[in-house]
Design a protein around this ligand. Structure first.
Ligand code: SF4
Length: 377
């Protein structure tokens, strides 16, 4: 294909024209479309709506384990034997301290994740109180909550409290969903997203690539999220945690090359030009030294790792953003954040994980502020 083809691809996406299915398929898997011009075209689209800005999200695993659901990718599922450290809900003070920490690390969005099928009325009201307290202290910090299945009434309670966004990933296509989870359905997930929309919440919903799905399943998710005008799309790549339902099996069977992962990000950008596309879990594991290229289609990433697995050192991620000429949306300048990381004790030791194993987060990382209360220290 000549350059004019790629220019047109970018222009049509910027004009919000729906990418034809066969073209999306080619972007994902055909050799006739080359990676570099595709990334360049995706970057044109990203630049049109987000410039050179990178949005940083920091996850707080507010409760670990005790989940009655059986999502096979998840170390916290009732069926998982992964050696994670379970704990009930963190205290309000811990959650607030971590919101402060996220804000000071340059996060534009603080994501609180609560394991479980969905919040009770009591939990919903508790969440609402927490959201109010965080918002009153950091009004510019977006708050996103991931709390399982939710109806419209509960979504309204959270919206009223000041919640910006609800996260609920589709994870995979409707066709593939029963192979991933049996305790709730794909339809249940769609209902939650619709309830959030009805309540006026912004929606964060994405997928996990690498769970035995086909390219067609990935496209199905990308088109569904486009139809729903989802504002934020985390593109996760399956992180194998020994003992979880899928365990290492899929990881060994399905080789996700850096090029394939980048092509997935491009497809999501072309189909969802105005959405925040997040290079989410697994970026370190699969993209490795090509991670920086993911910033051309994607405009967002997680800092500080994922729910149960470590990410690379903050310094390395911030340095990558700066070296590639991007900026971040934060009240703290990127230079200042980098200086802070360089002078911190762990700043100089990026965590690079072997491709065959994902290091789990330890107790201290899952509950950093709880460690202050630990009598053994
Ligand atoms: S993904 Fe959420 S609902 Fe599913 S098992 Fe894990 S914590 Fe439970």
């Amino acid at each position: 294909m000549d350059q004019a083809f790629y220019n047109q691809l970018a222009m049509r996406s910027i004009a919000d024209e729906t990418l034809p299915r066969d073209r999306a398929w080619d972007i994902l898997i055909s050799d006739t479309l080359k990676l570099l011009p595709l990334l360049n075209a995706a970057f044109e689209v990203r630049r049109a709506f987000f410039g050179h800005e990178v949005l940083i999200h920091i996850l707080n695993n507010a409760q670990n384990g005790y989940c009655p659901e059986d999502c096979r990718y998840c170390a916290q599922a009732k069926t998982s034997h992964a050696s994670i450290e379970e704990y009930p809900l963190k205290s309000d003070e811990e959650i607030l301290a971590e919101a402060k920490e996220s804000y000071e690390k340059g996060a534009s969005c603080y994501c609180m994740v609560f394991a479980g099928r969905g919040p009770s009325q009591k939990r919903t009201e508790h969440l609402a109180r927490l959201i109010r307290r965080i918002k009153s202290q950091y009004p510019s910090l977006e708050i996103c909550v991931s709390a399982g299945l939710l109806d419209e009434e509960k979504a309204y309670v959270l919206k009223e409290a000041g919640l910006d966004r609800l996260n609920h990933n589709l994870n995979t296509s409707a066709r593939h969903y029963p192979k991933i989870c049996t305790t709730h359905t794909y339809e249940d997930r769609l209902h939650t997203l619709k309830a959030a929309r009805q309540a006026g919440l912004s929606i964060c919903s994405g997928l996990i690539v690498g769970m035995g799905e086909t390219a067609e399943d990935i496209l199905e998710v990308a088109y569904t999220l486009r139809e729903m005008n989802v504002e934020s799309i985390p593109v996760n790549f399956y992180m194998p945690i020994a003992g979880s339902g899928l365990g290492m099996g899929e990881f060994r069977r399905l080789h996700l090359s850096p090029e394939y992962c980048l092509r997935v990000l491009c497809v999501f950008r072309f189909l969802n030009p105005k959405a925040e596309i997040r290079m989410a879990a697994g970026r370190e594991l699969y993209l490795r030294d090509m991670q920086v290229m993911g910033l051309y289609p994607a405009n967002s990433l997680f800092l500080d790792g994922y729910l149960n697995a470590r990410g690379e050192a903050r310094r390395r991620t911030l340095q990558m953003i700066q070296d590639a000429g991007f900026t971040i949306r934060s009240e703290y300048p990127l230079d200042e954040l980098l200086d802070k990381e360089i002078s911190s004790p762990e700043g100089g030791s990026p965590c690079r994980q072997p491709a065959s194993q994902v290091p789990l987060k330890g107790w201290q990382e899952l509950r950093p502020s709880a460690s202050l209360l630990d009598p053994r220290r």
